[in-house]
Design a protein around this ligand. Structure first.
Ligand SMILES: O=C(O)C(=O)CO
Length: 258
């Protein structure tokens, strides 16, 4: 069977080498995947980009979402967008991501905002400039740049939907939107029904994991049937992506809900 959700292959299937994950996702029944920035540097050599693109197309899946370079995520970095001095890397990764998007049909790019840095001012102004640049590049292929509220990162300043939407308003481009990761929003104390009702028309991408725990839907307290229905009623017709830390190696749990 084919699952309607896309699979985030940066947090699921992590026991496999990165380039084997699209095929494993396809074998498991997914027709679409998404990735965090999949390269060790912001400006990977063409051959490395080609290998990644081939892994996606050879697997026969669609790459529906891709994060721009976000720094050293395991070390705690959460994006370059507001990081003074890292503009060249951010923009290099925008060029690579948009090139991949053109090849593979990817239309959602996640621009993680970046942590606050002690003693630095002007981070929000820089973020607006970097996001405007990314939006302009993405516009060329009909793509959207999304801003994501995160939990679990003390120095990451975008924690609520309202904060993300304020950033989008500051950028003012037509092709920027809210990434509603229902797990992060719930953990940050957001009323998800209220977020969907108020910001439904700003949501450009949705990610799912249960809360608490960030594991597969069904392991926590969130009512996904209700939330997905509310999203649909609010006019959201995009993809939903599973971005969870697995407690089990299989996807059988999804069969009832897919
Ligand atoms: O860092 C995280 O938790 C994310 O969801 C990145 O997209």
């Amino acid at each position: 069977m084919t699952f309607r959700h896309a699979l985030n292959c940066s947090i699921v299937l992590t026991d496999l080498p990165l380039l084997d994950r699209p095929r494993a996702a396809a074998d498991a029944g997914f027709d679409a995947v998404e990735f965090w920035w999949p390269f060790p540097t912001a400006a990977p050599p063409d051959a490395e980009v080609d290998r990644f693109a081939r892994a996606i197309s050879d697997a026969g899946v669609q790459l529906v979402g891709l994060n721009f370079a976000a720094g050293d995520m395991p070390a705690g970095d959460r994006g370059l967008v507001s990081w003074p001095g890292r503009e060249p890397e951010f923009r290099d990764s925008v060029a690579v991501a948009v090139g991949l998007g053109e090849r593979l049909g990817t239309r959602i790019f996640n621009a993680l905002y970046g942590n606050r840095i002690d003693g630095r001012t002007g981070q929000d102004e820089l973020a607006a400039e970097n996001l405007a640049h990314a939006a302009k590049e993405a516009e060329g292929i009909g793509a959207t740049v999304v801003v994501e509220p995160l939990s679990g990162a003390d120095r990451y300043p975008i924690r609520t939907a309202a904060q993300a939407v304020a950033v989008l308003d500051r950028v003012g481009a037509p092709n920027v939107g809210l990434l509603a990761d229902l797990y992060h929003l719930a953990v940050n104390g957001e009323d998800l029904d209220a977020v969907i009702a108020r910001y439904g028309d700003r949501i450009a991408h949705v990610q799912l994991a249960d809360a608490p725990g960030r594991h597969e839907p069904g392991t926590g307290d969130l009512d996904f049937d209700h939330l997905l229905d509310a999203l649909r009623k609010a006019g959201y017709s995009g993809r939903t992506a599973l971005e969870y830390v697995p407690t089990r190696p299989d996807f059988a749990w999804l069969e009832d809900s897919a």
